[in-house]
Design a protein around this ligand. Structure first.
Ligand code: GKR
Ligand code: MG
Length: 435
């Protein structure tokens, strides 16, 4: 610490690198994942030459906000994490980018200017924490108050999936095969357990009529008796359908995730489902907590540290959940190893984490790290090296950035419905409730 005190922690440079990262043809209620998904890699450099890394959403609207934000950070202290929110308030959001409607077809909850800002803050906050940890010789979890567990448990995140992206679409090949029925889902789950040792399973639903998805979860329950199971249709069902699914799967579900859209509907389902409800769509901001908790609409809140505004906000969310006797865990979007490391650090500090987090990471064949993070028995060991404990590999970053530069703009904003139209030209984003 004596040495650290002499290190100059003034931010001298902030580098933003938008990338496109390979993504398999995973199906959800909006459509299908694009062959490449945008992410943004953040590097914050201090006068002492320390570089911290962060990662967040990379769609154009985030980039447009991140660029002026980055310029305002130069000259500030890397440890001034609260100041990031002050800077964020100062960055103008292009209102035409804010729909006030659900984002990415609903997958990130309702889109607001604040949420856009917070998603950008999170990338900088993680990078600053990484730099600070490196300067002090401390892991990020220590900066967050210290880990209460040495490893963080993740669940397998199962998706209905095509074997390949549509013909003629440039894409990277994956070795997961197709999963479009109960047998395919069980086979995918087996591969997840063989490769990573996961013991709990989340199935992304809202893709096929509910009876087919009920059959898939039943098949999972048969193949993996006693293992925690979740089903998440991203709000695709009516209250009645949600209740029917809850009735039919109540005996095997750990929780039902976002069966229907909106706090009122979730509250109605929660009152009669007999199964806990989890959400990453109905409670996505601090402002949404009061109504949802008062109405007992959700029993588990799934944080996404990106749109909640970072790791310290995630801890605050966890504290609020604890006060109300509501569970807390984490969901994920397509992400790379920097975000998995960030999730793992913060999850290690949350005492009331009683559900495995989910992670898309196993679906990502590409990463920007010198060494990928590993799942062992479904868990990621909490890094104890300074900062996040991961290292950015510029040789890996460069081609992914080049891919972004070479793109004509078609893939720079995630649009699962547009990706689906390549295979099914008539496809439109389904109205909700879809069933
Ligand atoms: O990647 O298709 C997907 C997911 O549907 C993702 O976008 C969701 O935000 O995984 C997320 C969820 O738990 O709802
Ligand atoms: Mg979800």
């Amino acid at each position: 610490l004596v040495g650290a005190a002499s290190v100059n922690l003034t931010i001298t440079d902030v580098r933003l690198t938008p990338i496109l990262v390979a993504d398999p043809p995973l199906l959800n209620t909006q459509g299908v994942h694009q062959p490449y998904t945008p992410r943004l890699i953040v590097e914050v450099e201090t006068a002492g030459g320390i570089v911290g890394v962060g990662e967040t959403y990379g769609d154009t609207k985030y980039l447009e906000l991140a660029r002026p934000f980055a310029r305002k950070l130069v000259g500030r202290q890397v440890g001034d994490l609260n100041g990031l929110f002050v800077v964020a308030d100062d960055v103008a959001v292009d209102r035409s980018r804010v729909s006030g409607q659900v984002d990415v077809g609903g997958l990130r909850g309702v889109q607001t200017a604040d949420k856009l800002r917070l998603s950008v803050v999170s990338g900088f906050e993680v990078a600053c924490l990484d730099a600070l940890g490196k300067a002090l010789g401390l892991p990020v979890h220590a900066l967050l108050g210290g880990k209460v567990r040495d490893a963080v448990e993740y669940s397998a995140y199962l998706f209905y999936k095509w074997a390949d992206h549509p013909e003629g679409v440039r894409a990277e090949k994956d070795d997961w095969g197709a999963a479009v029925d109960p047998d395919g889902v069980v086979e995918q789950a087996r591969r997840f357990t063989e490769r990573y040792g996961f013991t709990s399973f989340k199935l992304k639903g809202g893709v096929f009529p509910p009876d087919e998805e009920i059959a898939a979860v039943r098949a999972l329950a048969k193949a993996f008796p006693g293992h925690p199971l979740r089903l998440d249709p991203n709000g695709a069902w009516s209250v009645q359908t949600s209740l029917k699914v809850a009735r039919e799967l109540g005996d095997v579900l750990e929780y039902l995730e976002d069966p229907t859209l909106g706090t009122a509907g979730m509250a109605e389902v929660a009152a009669r489902a007999g199964v806990p409800l989890a959400t990453n769509m109905c409670v996505t901001t601090f402002a949404e907590i009061k109504e949802a908790f008062t109405k007992d609409a959700v029993q588990v809140v799934l944080s996404d540290h990106h749109y909640w505004g970072g790791l310290r906000n995630t801890q605050q969310l966890a504290a609020i959940c604890r006060a109300f006797g509501v569970g807390v865990s984490m969901h994920s979007n397509t992400h790379l190893g920097i975000s998995l490391a960030a999730m793992t650090h913060v999850a290690s500090t949350v005492p009331n984490l009683h559900h495995a987090c989910d992670s898309h990471y196993p679906w990502q064949s590409e990463d920007v790290l010198t060494e990928r993070l590993a799942f062992d028995a479904g868990k990621v060991a909490v890094p104890d090296a300074p900062g996040l404990g991961v290292e950015l590999d510029h040789d890996r970053l460069r081609p992914l950035h080049q891919r972004w530069l070479d793109d004509d703009g078609a893939l720079r904003d995630r649009d699962d419905a547009a990706a689906m139209r390549v295979a099914e030209p008539e496809w439109v984003t389904p109205a909700v409730p879809r069933w």
